[in-house]
Design a protein around this ligand. Structure first.
Ligand code: HEM
Length: 189
């Protein structure tokens, strides 16, 4: 193990000994929102894809459910963005490679932006696609054909990008744990 690796591991182990709210871990609020968001994305993405194959008449109830969960994750992301700037954060995770550090930082920031944009595009889809009117008067005739709802196209592209980044994020955390023999997840628990 190189001197750099051993210094990184020592720093992380010292950080691990600190309690929540110190430089060892993210704040309780950020940690809670992080895992709630992961859970909600796990439901929202497959549900969205499942709904896209159904007739409007079959999916109205599911759209309500998807919209409510989507709004919850949107509001949680706004709260998380505020907490990010107002609570203490752990030391930057030093992977030993400036390129990997940069990728990790870009992906972390991208999650916030993507989740906010997915929320906005979902709300716009709900309104412009006729879903909201359809829900309020219980008539699916008001829902436009999917290919005429351009915000839905954007919503879908952003959601797919989110899942792709999520895969890179999880792979990065696993790789870091193996390479540095340190449980980086502790920072987020
Ligand atoms: C992280 C949050 C969200 C994720 C991952 C997500 C994911 C998806 C996906 C994958 C689709 C299918 C797109 C397609 O195949 O064309 C979809 C559809 C949709 N989403 Fe979301 N969504 C989220 C949040 C929201 C929010 C906040 C709203 C509105 C309040 C919303 C409203 C809708 C609507 C109305 C549809 C169209 C359903 C259909 O006609 O089949 N979504 N979503």
């Amino acid at each position: 193990m190189s001197i750099i690796d051993s210094t990184i591991n020592k720093t992380l182990r010292l950080n691990d000994m600190n309690g929540s709210g110190t430089t060892g871990k993210y704040s309780r609020g950020i940690v809670t929102i992080h895992w709630m968001s992961a859970f909600l994305i796990f439901i929202l993405f497959p549900l969205g894809k499942y709904m896209s194959g159904l007739d409007p008449i079959e999916k109205l109830g599911l759209i309500k459910f998807h919209g409510i969960l989507g709004l919850i994750i949107f509001l949680l992301t706004i709260a998380r963005s505020v907490l990010f700037f107002t609570t203490k954060r752990p030391e930057k995770l030093n992977t030993g490679s400036w390129f990997n550090d940069l990728i990790a930082m870009v992906i972390h920031r991208a999650f916030y932006i993507l989740l906010l944009l997915i929320g906005v595009s979902g709300i716009v889809t709900l309104v412009l696609g006729g879903y909201l009117d359809a829900i309020s008067i219980e008539s699916t005739n008001l829902i436009l054909p999917r290919d005429e709802i351009s915000p839905l196209l954007i919503h879908n592209m952003l959601a797919v990008l989110l899942i792709a980044l999520l895969a890179v994020h999880v792979a990065g955390v696993i790789r870091f744990n193996i390479k540095h023999k340190t449980n980086a997840i502790k920072r987020m628990t």
